[in-house]
Design a protein around this ligand. Structure first.
Ligand code: ZN
Length: 149
């Protein structure tokens, strides 16, 4: 299960709408509790640096990822996944996404955008063997109280 805050969801939706009709993308930071519950703590937006066809391709800026992984080094939070949007497409990974998926530990958050409005967000990860994506349950939590952090 992936738990993210309402503010995380909002920032992803805003990025997806701002990039429309191109794909938006970015990185997800969090940690794991109870073996496979991933708790998101931050969303890091990136420019889509795909060299062309950014309406249906995305590439997170490698510099953003390198800086993030440096910043996270030694801490409890880690890179847990990434997000991208599908302009006028569904909130599930495409066949092309599957070809590009080679990191089995990463969550794929996909935002469906229709007519410029983010209308669906779903989470996925590679199934064992890597031949398909399988859904990951998504829970949106209210802002965490200060004593929980
Ligand atoms: Zn995609």
């Amino acid at each position: 299960m992936l738990t993210l805050g309402a503010e995380h969801l909002r920032s992803i939706e805003i990025a997806a709408q701002a990039a429309f009709p191109e794909e938006a993308c970015g990185l997800l930071v969090g940690h794991t509790e109870n073996v496979d519950d991933i708790i998101l703590s931050a969303v890091i937006g990136s420019d889509n640096v795909a060299p062309d066809a950014r309406e249906r391709r995305f590439e997170v800026d490698p510099g953003v990822r390198i800086k993030l992984e440096k910043d996270l080094r030694g801490g409890t939070e880690r890179l847990v996944g990434h997000y991208h949007s599908h302009p006028d497409g569904p909130a599930r990974p495409s066949a092309h996404d599957l070809e590009q998926a080679f990191e089995p530990d990463l969550i794929w958050l996909v935002v469906g955008v229709a007519d410029g409005h983010a209308n669906e967000v779903r989470a996925w990860k590679l199934a064992p063997g890597g031949a398909a994506f399988e859904p990951v349950a998504l829970t949106v939590a209210a802002l965490r109280k200060a004593q929980d952090t």
